[in-house]
Design a protein around this ligand. Structure first.
Ligand SMILES: [Ca+2]
Ligand SMILES: [Ca+2]
Ligand SMILES: [Ca+2]
Ligand SMILES: [Ca+2]
Length: 297
């Protein structure tokens, strides 16, 4: 199988200090969304699964939270106003504010490392492109222009100079990196199946992402992979026993959070990307299905 040819490498766990604009929390939190209370809402919890708290409470759907670098704001998506739009709220769920006003779908907000901009994807120009806007919603503009293919799930490099994303521009979904003005797009990882949802390691050296593997006599399986940004080194993080989705790094780079189905429901797990103990943070039945972990700074 293709993955057997993948070069396994030793992921250097160099802990890089964050730029001064970030206030590293003493106890980092994980934001996520869950269906546990009847429909989709945004929640936060401590990185050990304790102190799970609901931030939204609406009859509509709230998904895909993203922390601002100062940990004071969470961007998210909701269909509360009729279709998917980007919103922000305080980290305790107070003072929600709407940033997009388009009839098309607006998805996947991602704060820039300096907190001044939000990248997102939108279909407002006919199909999916990556857009940028200021933190207050002003100056919304596309940085990709691919009329026949889709661009999804932008992720800023920690130094703010590049954006990783997923695109099907070369036939199937692969992971790409471009400059923040959309120039110099280049493919980082090429698998013939679907690759989505890149997440930059805090030291800027690696991307974690969701990949797909063919299984003999079985359906395809989703796994978490890590690739060096030059594409030269690739490591498979999760095994093929069940589907895993949507990785996100801890602020010190020593753990990955992701979604997996080992208990038959969607739970948020963490593990060291080099292996070792896997921890389920949402295993209780009353916690229902849980998705899209985003670690605070
Ligand atoms: Ca809701
Ligand atoms: Ca919209
Ligand atoms: Ca496009
Ligand atoms: Ca692919």
């Amino acid at each position: 199988m293709k993955w057997l040819r993948i070069v396994v490498f030793i992921l250097a766990l160099v802990i890089i200090s964050h730029p001064p604009v970030r206030s590293l929390q003493e106890t980092p939190k994980i934001a996520f969304f869950s269906a546990r209370d009847g429909n989709l809402e945004i929640y936060t919890m401590n990185a050990d699964g304790s102190n799970q708290a609901r931030l939204t409470n609406t009859p509509s759907q709230e998904i895909n939270p993203d922390w601002s670098p100062d940990n004071r704001t969470i961007a998210f998506m909701s269909d509360r106003d009729g279709n998917w739009e980007i919103y922000v709220m305080n980290a305790d769920g107070s003072s929600p504010g709407r940033l997009t006003y388009e009839g098309a779908e607006d998805w996947s907000p991602a704060f820039s490392p300096d907190g001044t901009q939000i990248a997102f994807e939108s279909q407002r120009d006919g199909n999916s492109e990556i857009y940028l806007m200021n933190r207050d919603g002003s100056n919304q503009h596309a940085i990709t222009d691919t009329p026949t293919t889709d661009e999804w799930s932008p992720a800023w490099s920690p130094d703010g100079t590049q954006i990783a994303f997923a695109s099907n521009r070369d036939g199937d979904w692969d992971i790409y990196i471009m400059d923040t003005d959309g120039q110099n797009p280049r493919r980082v990882y090429d698998n013939d199946l679907d690759d989505y949802i890149p997440a930059w390691s805090p030291d800027g050296q690696y991307l974690a992402f969701q990949s797909t593997l063919e299984q003999p006599f079985e359906e395809e399986i989703r796994v978490i992979m890590v690739v060096s940004v030059d594409g030269s080194e690739v490591r498979q993080i999760t095994d093929e026993s069940t589907d895993s989705y949507g990785p996100n790094w801890s602020p010190d780079g020593t753990r990955l959070a992701f979604v997996s189905y080992h208990l038959g429901k969607a739970d948020i797990y963490t593990m060291n990307p080099l292996g070792g103990k896997v921890v389920n943070l949402t295993r209780l039945e009353e916690y229902g299905d849980n998705y899209a972990p985003d670690w605070s700074y």
